[in-house]
Design a protein around this ligand. Structure first.
Ligand code: 26V
Length: 817
């Protein structure tokens, strides 16, 4: 076996150009003269993959032969972003690529732009999975990411004339995907439906239909580690491609029904949505990838063994359940052990409970998955039996442990009542070896509120692992200017592997020369973003204004409404002359957000933001002072332009609702200051960067709870703050809907009568902090000092640190030797 790829590849630019020419010829079948940038992209990607191949094979071999336990990260989402730049960086081929592509007569930027971004995730949860597999590989930990290769990722967002969100299918596989290697020989059968019968005293599942799970493998190269892990995404295909008999009767549509049914399973990524539609399909997806992945792990670690000793399974691999989506894997492993390998219940339970760990990513009760017993029984009858047995066992244990009958009842995994259901978070909390939240505050609230009974009974299970982000993509690739400056300041580029080294930048915050260089980098990034926004969206953005950004899924708890109401109030202040135009700090307020297609109020908020933008941006009275831009279809690529350019980052969720947030970390690491509430990881960011370098406002978790308890009346706040009243009145009276008072009536009515996330209650505090922000912004040297202090103290938020915490607290494993 060949050695691991050297960190810096020894290939020359000329050699790499030859490799690209070769791929153009033998893979694409075009000459360099005929080639388009997209051809060069595919050729370069194919060449890079070949460079990684030896390390990939060696990593797999070491994993199987070695005795380091591997990690299987089971996730319904992996929001990877574009691959080429990352693969070049991690294989040490960036410079060769640049030179080679130019030698071939192409613009490197155009070539990398030709890659279509796979959007196989909704937001933070999926991006976290992508950051984690990057860090696992970079730390040399043997790992698989396991998920689904959706044919359609998150929808492509457009805005119509009225500013409403339109969802278009994201068919990301129309063009060649040079990264995914489809491996027909490593397929798995996944079955559904049917019944369970008694045969020779055994329960035997007779499923009624099956699909073929085919793995598509993506290489996950580590940074400077020489290791390349695997992201294995399953594609669903039919075993019965085609019913020839039916076809010959000219019933063409019926003939392809089995194929359509099977392929539907990996057809689309579900939006994080509360609607009922397609629940069944969603459970099919979850079981599909959980089952295929567990079988795959057995195949990998016990090659060619008919009767493997699966009592050693937990020493080979542990599975991380990324939220409740793969939790059906728990009864699936039980079923495999009991039915396929003939283990007794206790042995199977012992193996299973050592294999799984569960991460919870939310505090919203409606986001904790619950499946009706009837649905599981129909799709997975044997699993339902097993879940019932797990529930019985649990109830029995509980009765031994406590006399509190109400508590035992509360903790049921399988509820009774009108619609008996299975609570997946409870199943995972009982069967999982460890349970973790994703930021200190969130983990505490899980223990105190959401999973309190479980944490009371199993205190040792519960732990925290604060999220992190990969500095490779979100600093080195996204912000080369800042990366170079940091390397210059520290005298080393080792910080990309050990982000705590950023701490040594702190003294440079007092060095005016350094601060000026830092400010220049920020300004260059603003210009870069403005150019990008002009090119891609046609926006005119003035780079001398403050870039004030809010990017995240559109959700009421995140409170985009708070931001837009403040914008409207400021607009009204200027219009009425209450604020003198020369006293206004010019701002460009930038939003990026997708709303779940079925989420009515979220979509209406998008429409409102667009129309506020339309009115304000066309009003000569505020021209040059206030502008709102909303680039549609926010994705990783947009993030990579926007985050480095941002000066003020909005993290303004209602305290106690945002589990962690990860863009907050990306912003701090890229030298933005945060305005935020004491929520999620904001708390830890503020602790680290210092209260003086963070704009805090708003109610705390305790204050929020008290307000719920006392009865919250939003109308009171509307009456009390004339600015707030003016802003809401403008929306109600049609200022942003051509005089139509109905357009936003549902939104206005919700604010005034319900306002579940207390936007109105926090409005005044949010406004009050603005003058502090503007005063500081007026002193650019001070502002940038604070921004540098943010960068210097955010090294903790590297996903490498998160993974190290998982290794120590949850997985109990480490890098390959
Ligand atoms: C799901 C649902 C489904 C029902 C309707 C409402 C709703 C709202 C949110 C969700 C998503 C929950 C899972 C999730 O994406 N959590 C995010 O995970 C990130 C990574 O840990 C974390 O930074 C974010 O704070 C958290 O929202």
């Amino acid at each position: 076996m060949t050695e691991l790829t050297a960190p810096k590849s020894s290939v020359t630019a000329a050699q790499f150009a030859d490799e690209i020419r070769n791929e153009l010829k033998y893979t694409q079948g075009v000459t360099p003269e005929q080639a388009k940038p997209a051809d060069v992209y595919v050729a370069a990607a194919t060449a890079v993959r070949k460079h990684l191949m030896d390390s990939w094979m060696k990593t797999q071999q070491d994993m199987i032969n070695g005795n380091t336990k591997a990690v299987g990260y089971l996730s319904a989402e992996f929001l990877m972003g574009k691959q080429l730049r990352n693969a070049l960086l991690n294989s040490g081929l960036t410079e060769q690529f640049e030179a080679a592509v130019k030698e071939l007569g192409f613009d490197p930027q155009q070539v990398t732009d030709a890659e279509y971004e796979p959007g196989l995730g909704n937001g933070g949860l999926g991006r976290l999975a992508a950051c984690f597999i990057d860090s696992l590989a970079s730390l040399g930990v043997p790992a698989f990411g396991y998920g689904i290769q959706y044919r359609y990722g998150i929808f492509r967002q457009e805005f119509d004339e009225e500013g409403r969100q339109i969802e278009r299918p994201d068919y990301w596989l129309t063009n060649e995907d040079p990264w995914g290697h489809i491996d027909y020989e490593r397929d798995q059968r996944v079955s559904f439906g049917g019944e369970v019968v008694e045969e020779d005293g055994k329960r035997v599942w007779k499923p009624s239909w099956s699909v073929r799970a085919i793995p598509v493998d993506y290489m996950v190269p580590g940074y400077e580690s020489g290791r390349v892990n695997t992201l294995r995404l399953w594609q669903a295909r039919s075993y019965d491609e085609f019913d020839l008999l039916t076809f010959n009767k000219s019933e063409y549509l019926d003939a392809v029904k089995p194929q359509v049914k099977a392929e539907n399973i990996s057809k689309i990524l579900y939006p994080e949505d509360s609607t009922e539609v397609g629940k069944e399909l969603r459970l099919e997806q979850q079981y599909f990838f959980a089952s295929a992945s567990i079988h795959d792990a057995i195949r990998v670690f016990y090659p060619n063994q008919d009767k493997p000793d699966l009592t050693t399974f937990p020493d080979k691999i542990c599975f991380q359940l990324n939220d409740t989506h793969p939790v059906i894997g728990i009864p699936e492993l039980m079923r495999i052990l009991l039915d396929e390998y003939g283990y007794d219940w206790d042995t199977a339970w012992n193996i299973t409970t050592k294999t799984f760990n569960y991460t919870c990513h939310t505090l919203l009760p409606e986001a904790l998955e619950v499946w009706p017993v009837a649905l599981i029984s129909k799709l997975l009858p044997r699993h339902m039996e097993i879940i019932n047995k797990i529930n019985d066992q649990f109830m029995h244990e509980l009765e031994e442990m406590t006399d509190d009958e109400a508590k035992v009842e509360r903790m049921r995994i399988v509820t009774d009542g009108d619609t008996p259901s299975v609570r997946m978070a409870y199943l995972a909390s009982y069967a999982g070896e460890h349970v973790n939240g994703v930021a200190e505050l969130h983990s505490q609230l899980l223990k105190d509120v959401t999973l309190r009974d479980f944490s009371d009974l199993f205190p040792k299970k519960f732990t925290n692992v604060t999220n992190g982000v990969t500095p490779r993509r979100f600093m080195k690739l996204a912000n080369p200017g800042l990366s170079d400056l940091i390397t210059e300041g520290l005298g080393t580029d080792k910080w990309l592997e050990d982000l705590e080294l950023l701490k040594n930048l702190e003294p440079l915050a007092q060095d005016d020369e350094f601060v000026k260089k830092f400010a220049q980098v920020k300004y260059d990034n603003k210009i870069k973003f403005a150019d990008f926004a002009k090119r891609e969206y046609g926006f005119d953005i003035d780079s001398s204004t403050m870039f004030d950004t809010m990017i995240k899924r559109l959700h009421e708890y995140k409170r985009q409404a708070l931001k837009i109401l403040e914008v409207i109030a400021t607009y009204a202040d200027i219009k009425s002359g209450k604020v003198k135009i020369e006293d206004v700090t010019p701002r460009t307020v930038i939003f990026g957000a997708k709303a779940a297609p079925g989420y009515y109020l979220a979509k209406m908020t998008i429409q409102l933001i667009n129309n506020v933008a339309k009115v304000i941006n066309n009003d000569p009275d505020v021209m040059g002072k206030l502008k709102v831009v909303f680039p549609w279809n926010y994705n990783i690529r947009v993030a990579q332009y926007l985050i480095p350019a941002t000066e003020l980052d909005e993290q303004i969720s209602q305290a106690g609702k945002e589990a962690s947030g990860t863009s907050n970390m990306k912003f701090a690491l890229n030298g933005a200051l945060t305005v935020g509430t004491l929520d999620g990881a904001n708390v830890e960011i503020r602790e680290r960067v210092g209260a003086d370098n963070f704009f805090l406002f708003g109610m705390t978790v305790d204050e929020v709870e008290k307000m719920y308890a006392d009865g919250y009346d939003p109308a009171k706040y509307y009456e009390a703050d004339p600015r707030l009243k003016a802003a809401i009145d403008m929306v109600a009276k049609g200022t942003f809907s051509d005089g139509d008072e109905d357009t936003y009536a549902p939104l206005v009515s919700d604010w005034l009568t319900k306002d579940w996330f207390m936007t109105l209650a926090d409005f005044t505090a949010y406004h009050d902090i603005q003058s502090e922000i503007e005063t500081l912004y007026g002193d650019q040297l001070e502002w940038n000092r604070k921004a540098i202090i943010n960068v210097a103290n955010s090294g903790y938020f590297s996903s490498d640190r998160s993974i190290e915490d998982y290794l120590e607290r949850v997985w109990m494993t480490g890098p390959l030797k």
